[in-house]
Design a protein around this ligand. Sequence first.
Ligand code: PLP
Length: 380
Amino acid sequence: MTTEDFRSAKNIATFYPPQRILMGPGPSDTHHRVLSAMARPTLGHLDPVFANMMEEIKDLLRYAFQTKNKMTFSVSGPGSVGMEMCFVNMIEPGDKVVVCRNGVFGSRMIENVERHGGVAVVVDDKWGEPVDPQKVEDALKQHPDAKILAFVHAETSTGVLSDAQTLCELARRYDCLTIVDTVTSLGGSPIKVDEWGIDAIYSGSQKCLSCPPGLSPVSFSERVTNLVKNRKTKVHSWFMDIGLLLGYWGSSTRTYHHTAPTNSLYALHESLVMLYEEGLERSWARHRRNHEAFKAGLATMGINYVVDEQYRLPQLNSVYIPDGVDDKAVRDRLLADYSLEIGAGLGDFAGKVWRFGLMGTSSRVENVVMCLNALETVFS
Ligand code: PLP
C-alpha cells in the first residue's frame, strides 16, 4: 500500500486518551509525578547516570519487598513475565511443584509448571477462599519429593489474601523453595520477604505501585541463586535466564543483555520514591482506611462482598452484582457518564461479580466518595 493509499484509507492522527479514573483490578491511576518522570529525556541503557538510577531502583525494591536479597531488580515485561521467570529458572524437567489454585492466577502458575516440564501437584481451594495451609501440608507430606511450593498472595480474580507467612513456614519445614505472586499486594498489603523466608517473589508495576504496566519487580534468595547455578540443564529461555541477566542488573560493569525500557524505569523509580516517602506502613494503612470507607458505603446499598471479612484484600473489593442489575449496562454507564472504570468478574465470576480496585494512587477518599455516588445514581 502506498502512503497516499494508506492516508486515504485510514485517518490516523496523534492519540489522546481520555482522562479516566481507574478503579478496576489494574492498572490503577498513574500519579502525575510518575507520568512526568516518564517524559524525561531518554538515556542509553548503559549510560552511567542511568546505571546509578538502576542501583537506586534495586535499593527501593529491597525496601518495598523488605529484603536484603542481592538479586532484586525489575524485569522488562509485565507481571506474567516475572511469573514465568521464576518458574523457568527454578524448574528442571520432572520436578514436582505443589501449586495452590484458588483463582485465575493459580491456574496460570500450573500452566507455567507444565510448560517448563515440571509436574504440578494441585491444591485446590474454592474461589473467594484463601489457600488452606492444612491442605498444603497434606500435599507436602504426600509428596516429600516436591521441590517448590507456589501460591498467589493476593488473588486478583477473587479479592482474597492468603497467609504467606504460614505457607512459607510450611515450605521450609518440608524442604521446599517458594514462589510467591505479589502482583496485587506489593505496596498495598504487608510483605516481608526475609522475615517470612520467601525464595522467589514477583510483582507488577501497575497495581499498588501506580506505575504504568509493563514492568515486574522480582527478588530471589540465595537458595534460588544456588539452585540456578547448579542446574543440570540450561534454562529454557534466553531472555529470562537470571544468570545471563545478572551481567546487566547485577554487576557494576554492566554489559548489554537487552535494551532496557529506560523511560519506564524512570517511572518505576519515581513510584518507588513516592512509596518510600509515604512509608510502607502508612501506605498499607491508607489502603485499609479507604477500603473501610468504601465497604461502609457499599453496605448501605445492600451490596455484599465475595470474601469473608478477615481474608479481604483492601485494594481489591470483590462484590456480588445485586440481583436484577445488568452487569455490563452499569459498567458502560460508569465509563460513559463518570469516566470511571471498574472491573468485571473474571473466569467463574464473569457476570456475577464486580471488582473495585482501590490501589496505589487510586486509593483515595475522593475516589471512594465519587464511586459510591456514581453507583447510587446509576442504581436509582
Ligand atoms: N498475577 C496476578 C495476581 C495478577 O493480578 C496479574 C495481573 O492482573 C498477573 C499475575 C499478571 O500480570 P500482568 O497482567 O502484568 O502480566
